[in-house]
Design a protein. Structure first.
Length: 172
């Protein structure tokens, strides 16, 4: 059995140098569930706890990005509300998208983190310096992650990562 590394196992200096945090949406910012009404309209639930963590991270100078395969428009609404710097929806090849983002932003991989939970996120993991998964991630993603949160996606996992980065940046 593979031992999973908690966020606390990461070098604080590695967390402190983060300049861009990219997150997936479904399974990371949500618990992966979708609600449909009788008309076929889709709804998702987001954690305000996670949202506040992202807001604090942005206020501390970390840029925020989202890459999702979702085509509903819901993730973009949430990302705009949280004032994300970069939003990419309907992305089937996340690795290529991350490479393009890093090039456009003039960033090296070692100052970029990605939080993902499912197989499509593994491509993105290969392009960044910090790979984090929520506890609810697929086994393959858990194994590929540098660290795993205690919380599941949509239930505080993003906040856990934000708090760890903020603590490292403040020398706590």
């Amino acid at each position: 059995m593979t031992t999973l590394n908690p966020l606390s196992s990461l070098d604080p200096a590695r967390l402190a140098r983060l300049e861009l945090l990219i997150v997936d949406c479904d399974g990371v910012m949500t618990d992966g569930r979708v609600w449909l009404d009788a008309s076929g309209r889709e709804t998702k639930a987001f954690s305000v706890i996670d949202g506040h963590g992202l807001w604090m991270l942005r206020e501390d100078g970390v840029r925020l990005g989202m890459i999702t395969r979702d085509r509903s428009g819901i993730p973009a609404v949430r990302a705009r509300k949280l004032q994300f710097d970069i939003i990419h929806t309907a992305i089937d090849h996340k690795g290529a998208c991350v490479r393009a983002m890093l090039s456009e932003q003039g960033l090296d991989a070692d100052v970029v983190g990605y939080m993902g939970d499912d197989i499509p996120d593994l491509e993105a993991f290969a392009e960044v310096g910090l790979r984090v998964a929520p506890a609810s991630a697929r086994p393959e993603v858990l194994r590929a992650a540098d660290a795993v949160t205690d919380a599941s996606g949509g239930h505080g996992a993003v906040r856990e990562l934000c708090d760890a980065v903020l603590a490292a940046r403040r020398g706590a």
